[in-house]
Design a protein around this ligand. Structure first.
Ligand code: ATP
Length: 235
């Protein structure tokens, strides 16, 4: 579904990604793991054309999407939920969700999408008129994921969805990801929370210093010595 082939990316003159290749199949949950500063967020930003790709290609459903503007990426079925979440605090839950549906013209589809999203997040259904700025951290993260789903994406790209959340909310976010995968939404996720991520992902890539250093199924990586020592604190 998504194929990243040999990309280099940089900020101004500082190269951050080196020959990164990865792929995500339809219906898969694929994680990108790695230490701080490894280039995980930059890799997601490369897909969304938020950073300049100097070399290599990115294909989505067979189409070359390298360097395409974000509204075109939304149209072909990609949705990105950035770490900073980018909600509008002075707007209500409903208004924030409506903004996520901006590419959809058909009213019936919008209505169906709202009911699907409220099914997935009953907490948001109870708070339709609440201002996003007054919601708890966990609720805001749910709203950000829900807004991503409002464009009916084929693939949802999540940057550190558990960041800053209390353990209970972290579990709720991972439960949501499991539900998405059971509904056949493809998910690409960057996470620091390695243990929990490997329980929901099918496969994962490990990035260190701007390069992919390892890849495998979640069960392979859960049993790998390097991963256990470096990322799970198991000696
Ligand atoms: P973390 O887990 O800490 O979020 P990451 O793996 O997502 O890290 P990136 O955010 O992709 O890492 O950063 C990779 C490198 O690029 C880091 O050295 C970072 O300082 C640098 N970098 C990120 N954003 C910019 C920017 N806007 N301008 C210059 N350098 C940047």
């Amino acid at each position: 579904m998504l194929e990243i082939s040999g990309i280099d990316a940089s900020y101004d003159n500082l190269q951050v990604l080196w020959d990164v290749s990865m792929n995500v199949g339809i219906g898969e949950v694929v994680a990108v793991l790695g230490p701080n500063g490894a280039g995980k967020t930059t890799m997601l930003k490369s897909i969304m054309n938020l950073v300049s790709v100097n070399k290599g290609k990115i294909h989505f459903l067979g189409q070359d999407i390298t360097g395409k503007p974000i509204h075109e990426l939304t149209k072909v079925g990609l949705a990105f939920v950035p770490e900073e979440r980018n909600l509008f605090p002075a707007m209500t839950v409903m208004e924030n969700l409506m903004l996520g549906a901006y590419t959809i013209r058909d009213k019936k589809t919008i209505k169906e999408t709202f009911s699907r999203v409220f099914d997935l997040f009953p907490r948001l259904a109870e708070r339709k008129k609440q201002y996003a700025g007054t919601m708890s951290g966990g609720e805001r993260q749910m709203l950000a994921i829900a807004r991503g789903l409002m464009s009916n994406p084929k693939m949802l790209i999540l940057d550190e969805p558990s960041m800053g959340l209390a353990p209970q909310n972290v579990l709720a976010v991972f439960e949501t990801i499991k539900r998405l995968s059971s509904e056949k939404v493809t998910v690409l996720i960057v996470e620091q929370n390695v243990n929990t991520t490997l329980t929901v992902a099918d496969r994962a890539y490990v990035m260190e210093q701007g390069r992919i250093v390892m890849e495998g199924s979640s069960s392979q990586l859960q049993g790998d010595d390097h991963i256990r020592k470096m990322y799970m604190g198991i000696v």
